[in-house]
Design a protein around this ligand. Structure first.
Ligand code: CMP
Length: 800
């Protein structure tokens, strides 16, 4: 009967998809309304009879969903699906804002709502804080959909989605702390609560990471078929939730979020593009089912609670609603705004902030938490009544008030209007479509349809034309990266980074105009924090594999960029020609040429520093290319029916094994042991082995990135360095001096006990051998020739 009721509900729910599209209302709103109506119908007319229809209605409307079912059955699917569909790299970039909103924002919202409602209704503060925590977890479905429709900056959508994933976890943890205190009758000890909060939160992250790493290794090993991958990933979601929540008593949601994100980030390394695609489709399907069922059932359940509402509760609801919206506004405008002013975050426009505020809907998590209160007999009946009714009404209000009006707000704020640049791009795309249609179907009837009629491109001002030109070139750059991906020259994660770069710049052009774009385009070869962290790991713990990976990735990205930019520049005139004259084209092409030059320079620097490594990577790319071409040829041949399926599968598996072998990065030719490096420094070449070993024992290795400042004029010095490889620049007041392999620097501060006399910066990748103050003294004491040379050089330099 249960199966009959649930599948019937699902079938009924999905038939409402077209209605939601026609009414331009979020699907979840329609489902909740459907649920409410079913619930109300069941209450007013008790169905009798034993026919299939009345049997179903009886079954469906008596589905009493428990908090356990929502938490243990639905939540892992919903959360994992959301984590799988998020763009992890983008999320990591926005992590600061996401955690700020999800942790500090949620706490703030809980307290504001709690105090205001308690003040107004006279209900105890703890009960109202509990209500505040329950009502503060946002559900992103509606906002994300709207953001997609209006082409909002991708980072904003990522921020909202990320926030809602993490704030579910925060709300659950806060809820269990508060409810624990209430049941025990203890007062709130902030220190203790904060400690518990971090233990549970971080514990969840740890569980998620460990389980995801184990499952990823398993999937990587088995890698049998998309069905197996999907089944294992479902097991991963549930397993991490149950292990964390039930057995280890840490945050299950956090475990699923982390597992989902980690698996998502790893998937483009362990699975092929096709497998990833299948996996996402599977999860999308599952998420759709879960969402369809949960919102209808939510409506049915809520219908039971809201039937006994009185006037006092309605006015409390109003206060709750207003307090929650004000709290959200304070978080979005105040908290985010403050971080933007401190330049810790990139600013978002007021219009988008308004949408984020109004679009903070509430959903299944809030209801599940309210149900927990209802099911737990330790709560007093008045508290249960108060929480369940208010939360039900509040969830409904956000669905029926906010979700239904958000598109009006968007229109009113003008967010749905295309910028002049977008307008032109759209008209170009239209013309392109028309062109292709004609080319490919010469006999097609002529298209007099208004939507495809030739359009006069709107005229644009000079600045907008610069932005337009860049957009056109960036778009064709992305197309070239896609081509590289399709032919298998680059892997999914490399493509992800490259296309992100393009998309972020397009976003910037669309929303901030052309002024800021030049500087960010030039910045593209800079070393990001990931690279610096890899260098730090290498320097601190001697772990070179992360650094090797980074360098390999940099090489692949720079090579792909060089290839694409050369082609873009080659085609630039014809690409731009349609919409702009030569004078307007020039600055756009100039900027792209500058980018190419920077990319080529950096690629050359990398090649010069690691010749054997770069050659090995080039070889690897060529071999991969070959195998990928063979795979696609095999596909063609087996499609044509020339091969039996078994033979094709076997061949495919062989090629896949070969591909996997090639995916391994070649070892970096970065001599990492101090003895080898000492051998590279000319002044140490006269030392015997015993002496070199003594020197190696006190020296430390340092790897520097191009542009890294090793020491700054005026600071107190603790180290001096010998250069084993690479070049550095000493910036003196009048001139600058270049130092290379075999030279040393930083000795003057140690000898004279004075501040640094100059700033020294690495020009390329450098390997340095460092001596701290103590080692410096002992080396000078033990090696008189070195001492003489160092002292002599230092005195020369101080005269210069
Ligand atoms: P210190 O003063 O400790 O820090 C800056 C370093 O720059 C300095 O030691 C020297 O090693 C180096 N330096 C200063 N002047 C010169 C120079 N004229 N030529 C080369 N190196 C120099």
């Amino acid at each position: 009967m249960l199966v009959y009721a649930v599948t019937g509900l699902l079938a009924l729910a999905v038939t409402f998809v077209p209605l939601s599209q026609a009414l331009r209302l979020p699907y979840t709103v329609i489902l909740a309304a459907l649920g409410l109506m079913l619930g109300a119908a069941a209450m007013s007319l008790a169905p009798d009879g034993a026919g299939p229809l009345s049997g179903w209605l009886k079954g469906a409307t008596s589905l009493s969903i428990s908090s356990e079912v929502i938490l243990f059955l639905f939540l892992p699917v919903l959360v994992f699906e959301a984590a799988m569909s998020l763009d992890v790299r983008r999320l990591l970039n926005e992590m600061g804002a996401v955690l700020l909103l999800a942790i500090i924002g949620l706490l703030l919202s809980t307290f504001i709502v709690g105090f205001v409602v308690s003040e107004f209704s006279g209900v105890g503060l703890m009960t109202c804080l509990l209500l505040g925590a329950i009502c503060s977890a946002t559900d992103p479905v509606a906002v994300v959909g709207v953001f997609k429709d209006v082409g909002a900056p991708k980072r904003l959508a990522t921020m909202v989605e990320g926030e809602s994933l993490f704030n579910d976890a925060t709300a659950l943890v806060l809820f269990s702390i508060l409810s624990g205190l209430m049941i025990a009758g203890d007062a709130l000890d902030l220190g203790q609560a904060a400690l518990t909060f971090f233990r549970v939160f971080l514990g969840g992250i740890l569980v998620g990471l460990v389980i995801a790493a184990l499952f990823s290794a398993l999937i990587d090993r088995i890698k049998n078929s998309p069905l197996v991958n999907h089944a294992l990933s479902i097991a991963l979601a549930y397993f991490s939730f149950v292990l964390a929540e039930h057995y280890l008593h840490v945050s299950g949601v956090m475990a699923v979020v982390t597992a989902g994100l980690f698996f998502n980030a790893l998937s483009d390394r362990i699975l092929s593009l096709k497998e990833i695609h299948a996996l996402h489709e599977g999860w999308e399907q599952l998420g759709f089912w879960a969402n369809s069922i949960i919102f209808v059932v939510m409506g049915i359940v809520i219908a039971g609670f809201v039937s006994t509402i009185d006037g006092a509760q309605l006015s409390t609801l109003m206060v709750l609603f207003i307090a929650a919206m004000i709290a959200r506004a304070i978080i979005v405008f105040g908290l985010l705004g403050a971080f933007e002013r401190l330049r810790l975050l990139r600013p978002a426009s007021t219009a988008y902030k308004a949408v984020m505020t109004w679009g903070g809907l509430r959903g299944a998590v809030s209801l599940a938490l309210a149900l927990i209160v209802l099911e737990n007999a330790a709560f007093q009946p008045e508290v249960q009544q108060f929480i369940v009714q208010l939360v039900s009404l509040f969830v409904l209000s956000t669905l029926f008030i906010n979700a239904t009006t958000i598109s009006t707000l968007i229109r009113w704020l003008g967010l749905d209007r295309l910028s002049p640049v977008d307008e032109i791009l759209r008209s170009r795309a239209r013309d392109l479509v028309r062109g292709t249609v004609r080319e490919e179907c010469p006999h097609a009837p002529s298209l007099s349809d208004d939507r495809l009629a030739p359009t006069e491109p709107p005229t644009v001002a000079e600045e907008a034309s610069f932005a337009l030109g860049l957009s056109i070139l960036l778009t064709s750059e992305r197309r070239l990266y896609k081509a590289l991906l399709d032919q298998g020259t680059i892997e999914g994660h490399v493509y992800g980074r490259l296309s992100h770069f393009v998309e972020d710049r397009l976003d910037l052009l669309r929303h901030d105009g052309a002024q800021r774009i030049s500087e960010t385009l030039i910045n593209e070869v800079a070393f990001g924090s990931e690279f610096r962290n890899a260098v730090w790991l290498h320097r601190r713990f001697g772990w070179s594999s992360v650094l090797e990976n980074r360098l390999g990735l940099r090489f692949e990205m720079l090579s792909a960029k060089k290839w694409a930019l050369e082609r873009v520049i080659g085609e630039a005139e014809s690409l731009l020609g349609v919409s702009m004259g030569e004078a307007l084209q020039r600055p756009v092409i100039e900027l792209t040429k500058q980018r190419l030059e920077l990319v080529s320079q950096n690629l050359a620097a990398l090649r010069a520093q690691f010749p054997a490594y770069c050659a090995a990577i080039s070889r690897r790319m060529e071999q991969l290319d070959r195998v990928n071409q063979m795979v696609s040829r095999l596909e063609q041949v087996s499609h044509s029916g020339a091969l039996s399926e078994t033979v094709a599968l076997k061949l495919n598996a062989e090629l896949e094994r070969e591909r996997q072998k090639m995916l391994r990065m070649p070892p970096l030719d970065l001599p990492l042991d101090t003895m080898t490096l000492i051998g590279q420094v000319s002044m140490f070449q006269g030392l015997d082995e015993h002496q070199s070993e003594a020197l190696a024992a006190v020296m430390s290795l340092r790897f520097c990135l191009p542009g890294e400042t090793v020491m700054t004029e005026g600071e107190t010095g603790q180290w001096m360095y010998f250069i084993a490889s690479g070049a550095l620049q000493v910036a003196l007041p009048e001139q600058s001096v270049l130092l290379g392999s075999g030279d040393f620097f930083g000795e003057m501060a140690l000898i004279n006990d004075e501040p640094r006399t100059a700033t020294v910066t690495a020009l390329g990748f450098c390997e340095l051998l460092g001596l701290d103050r103590r080692a410096f003294d002992s080396v000078l004491g033990d090696f008189p020739e070195i001492k003489a040379l160092v002292l002599e050089t230092a005195s020369h330099r101080s005269l210069a």
